[in-house]
Design a protein around this ligand. Structure first.
Ligand SMILES: Cc1ncc(COP(=O)(O)O)c(C=O)c1O
Length: 385
């Protein structure tokens, strides 16, 4: 497709083409595919034949969704997974072996941090954790196969200088891998800033309807294909029905994201004025430590707002009083959701791990949905009391 406009890509990428083609992508709900001859199997094995063998390896509906997500991120290849963690696990395992090192930012999604700490460590892969400010220096020390980081990160929405991290990785011969779940393509496109691989929990803003788990890795073909090959062995692949629903969700991607960014900014400003709120983290506020960096590399500031009401007791009381806004994990759907990091993403962290992740006990993380902003303000207002 000739356009670079995200709203158009989101509607059309991956759609069937040709005379009398259906407007939407058919769901090819089949695990396996017929071959006409032994020769056809040989053709398939050479690759790029357009033939299919088995849906754990490839499936037409999943392929269509992969081409849509690749186009949204501006990458030439994408591989989709049955969850964001499937994507992260496959990406990290595809490029590491026993004895290798990974540089990781301390403020990572809990699942990724625990994957490094509890799982990959058992296979001899060592994680060198670095505070966000020290990430570039840690990469520059050299010796790491991959650097994994998030921007904005969870839950304080700190924004990395993505282009600078990518440059440091290139200089050190390290693959840069960004988890861009909190800032989907309309908000930022890290591949255009020099990053090697972008990962999304497509469960969130990409699918956008709180109904499916999806993971994505996007980047240059030579980096994505080894991950695809490993995913066929690990098996965390996407189902064709879910791939169809992802494509359906993407049709409204741009309007959803624009609305979520606009409402998030409104709520962040409102919260910052409220006397019961001691601090708001939103990259669109001048008070956020990375506001200037966010202005340079983001288009809108995303649909996530984090704030603190001081203490664990106050956070619990506020949270229990919410009426419209749901008490739930996850993000990126039409419903506004709130979670308490100490009970959700950062449960089980030691006090020192919480400190390094920038998490305090009175913190509330909010994923802004598509409701009327005034209704959300009314609910926050009554719950803050
Ligand atoms: C930033 C981030 N990365 C990765 C994941 C994992 O994605 P999934 O739940 O789709 O496996 C999540 C899930 O909450 C997330 O918030």
């Amino acid at each position: 497709m000739a356009t670079e406009k995200i709203a158009t890509i989101a509607v059309h990428a991956g759609s069937p083409e040709g005379p009398n083609a259906p407007i939407t992508t058919p769901i090819v709900q089949s695990t396996t595919f017929r071959f006409e001859s032994a020769h056809a199997v040989q053709q398939y094995a050479r690759g790029d034949s357009g033939l299919y063998m088995y849906s754990r390896d490839e499936n037409p509906t999943v392929r269509a969704a992969e081409s849509a997500v690749a186009a949204l991120d501006g990458g030439d290849s994408c591989v989709l997974f049955g969850s964001g963690m499937g994507a992260m696990t496959s990406a990290l395992m595809a490029f590491t072996s026993a004895g290798d090192e990974v540089v990781a930012a301390t403020a990572l999604y809990g699942g990724t941090y625990k994957l490094l700490r509890d799982v990959l460590s058992r296979f001899g892969v060592k994680a060198r954790m670095a505070e966000p400010e020290a990430l570039i220096d840690e990469v520059a020390r050299g010796g790491a196969r991959i650097c994994v980081f998030e921007s904005p990160n969870n839950p304080t929405l700190r924004v990395a200088d993505i282009a600078a991290v990518a440059r440091a990785c290139k200089a050190a011969g390290t693959i840069s891998l960004i988890d861009s779940t909190f800032a989907p393509p309309l908000v930022q496109r890290p591949l255009t800033m020099g990053v090697d691989l972008v990962m999304h929990s497509g469960t969130k803003f990409l699918n956008g309807h709180s109904d499916h788990l999806v993971g994505a890795i996007v980047g240059r073909r030579e980096l994505v294909e080894p991950i695809r090959a490993l995913s066929h062995k690990l098996g965390a692949v996407l189902d064709p029905q879910v791939a169809y629903d992802l494509l359906r969700g993407l049709k409204t991607f741009a309007v959803r994201i624009e609305r979520q960014c606009a409402t998030a900014l409104t709520l962040a400003r409102w919260l910052e004025e409220h006397t019961a709120v001691t601090r708001v983290w939103y990259p669109g506020l001048p008070s956020h430590p990375d506001h200037a960096q966010a202005q340079r590399q983001m288009n809108g500031f995303g649909g996530m707002v984090t704030f603190t009401v001081g203490t664990r007791e106050k956070a619990f009381r506020f949270w229990d009083r919410l009426k419209l806004i749901a008490r739930a994990a996850s993000l990126g759907g039409p419903e506004t959701l709130t979670s308490l990091p100490i009970l959700f993403s950062h449960t089980g962290y030691s006090a020192e791990e919480l400190r390094r992740a920038g998490v305090d006990e009175g913190m509330v993380r909010m994923s802004v949905g598509l409701e009327d902003p005034q209704d959300l303000i009314d609910d926050l207002s009554q719950a803050l009391g």
